[in-house]
Design a protein around this ligand. Structure first.
Ligand code: PLP
Length: 410
């Protein structure tokens, strides 16, 4: 009868909880810098013009239906997703076609789960190294399938810069063949990415230790506005580790196509370029099919169709690229406005990191106490660790936000 009475309560998700508190807040002036979702200049969710065009095209197609997708996903989508990450020339140059496995996933989280489940099944003893700090869900996703996680140094709060030497040392110190989860671009929560030169050193050290890289790519296009630039680290990793180790890429279309709730993603596994790996490819792929079949049977199809339609139509693809520039440049403008207002207000401290960081977030350096006061006194909501989603700023609230920050910092 009382079988579940001793079940412990699982604390509400901190970020989703911020959103709920924001919704309930009845103050006229309120600002949501919590969850990482793009907002337009009126603070509203934005349906990308390319998505609108794609939906019209989809619904005008008399053969459109809601049938099940194959277990591995919608082929047009998974192939297109692979080309977004690697592009046709790179695929040819690196002979990827017979050693790349691309399966559809329930957005980026689902891709990470698939990779984690696969690793826990076939390489159960390997430790998973996560950046310190990282996206709050990483640890739980890997530990949820009984993998052991550890961290590598990443962010130095004193200097607001990369702890590069310590990061490299952690790669050297980790047991040979460990798994390193690397943010492909627009690191969450810090907004700080290694430079191209630093990426080369990172990948080189990883290569020397035969580590496995798992790239988490949730913001391709958001760091620079360009898909190609933002795929730099992934392509470098795949190229350099070609004869060394497999590379996983967990790809989300939540942010760059605005498909948040539609759950569109892809899990890629690039096998090393050896005859035996190429021979094993289909068996490896079949194990992904097993995981998918037992857990979700098949993936959601609507968002994947929207994305595939954008990717197969050059006009829609061009519109999508423009949409990404629209989003990344509005965020960049807001970074500059926030920094400039803080400078104008003579807010104590240096605020240049806000414009130097990239992607959707700024790791502001505000303390948990300041964040709490921002919420209580000014209805400005952000994550407790001081991470602000810059997409939540706009022409109407950026000055108000700067004044609120000024007040809590003094
Ligand atoms: N990885 C990182 C670093 C993220 O920030 C997010 C979302 O915030 C994800 C993965 C996964 O997002 P989704 O499952 O919505 O694609």
């Amino acid at each position: 009868l009382n079988l579940f009475n001793n079940v412990e309560a699982f604390p509400p998700d901190a970020l989703f909880n911020i959103g709920q508190r924001y919704q309930k807040d009845s103050r006229d002036k309120k600002v949501d810098l919590g969850i990482g979702a793009y907002r337009d200049d009126n603070g509203k969710p934005w349906v990308l013009p390319s998505v609108k065009l794609s939906e019209t095209k989809l619904h005008n197609d008399p053969s459109f239906n809601h049938e099940y997708m194959p277990i591995l996903g919608f082929k047009k989508f998974t192939t297109g997703a692979g080309k977004v990450m690697f592009d046709t020339k790179f695929i040819e140059k690196e002979s990827l076609s017979n050693r790349l496995i691309s399966v559809q996933s329930v957005s980026g989280t689902g891709a990470l789960h698939l990779a984690a489940k696969f690793l826990s099944t076939f390489l159960p003893g390997r430790k998973i190294y996560l950046s310190d700090p990282t996206w709050a869900n990483h640890k739980a996703i890997f530990e949820g399938v009984n993998l052991i996680t550890s961290t590598y140094p990443y962010w130095d709060p004193e200097t607001k810069s990369l702890r590069f030497e310590s990061f490299i040392q952690a790669i050297k110190d980790a047991k040979e063949g460990s798994v390193f989860v690397l943010h492909a671009c627009a690191h969450n929560p810090t907004g700080l990415d290694p430079s191209k030169g630093q990426w080369k050193e990172i990948i080189n050290e990883i290569k020397l230790k035969n580590h496995i890289v798992l790239f988490d790519s949730a913001y391709q296009g958001f760091a620079s506005g360009s898909l190609v630039n933002d795929a730099f680290a992934v392509r470098l990793g795949v190229q350099e580790l070609r004869n060394v180790a497999p590379v996983f890429v967990c790809q989300s279309f939540a942010k760059n196509v605005g498909m948040y709730g539609e759950r569109v993603g892809c899990c890629h596994l690039v096998l090393p370029d050896t005859e035996s790996n190429i021979k094993a490819r289909d068996s490896v792929e079949s194990q992904f099919a097993k995981i998918i079949r037992t857990e979700i049977s098949t993936s959601p199809c609507y968002g994947a169709k929207i994305v595939a339609t954008i990717l197969e139509d050059p006009k829609l693809t061009a519109q999508w690229h423009e949409d990404m520039v629209t989003m990344s440049s509005r965020i960049s403008l807001m970074r500059h406005k926030l920094r400039d207002f803080l400078v104008e207000l003579k807010t104590p401290g240096n605020w240049d990191h806000i414009v130097e960081q990239c992607g959707m977030f700024s790791f502001t350096g505000l303390t948990p106490e300041m964040v709490e006061r921002l919420e209580i006194n000014h209805a400005v909501y952000m994550a407790k660790n001081g991470r602000a989603s810059i997409a939540g700023l706009n022409e109407h609230n950026v000055r108000y936000t700067a004044e609120a920050i000024d007040e809590v910092v003094r």
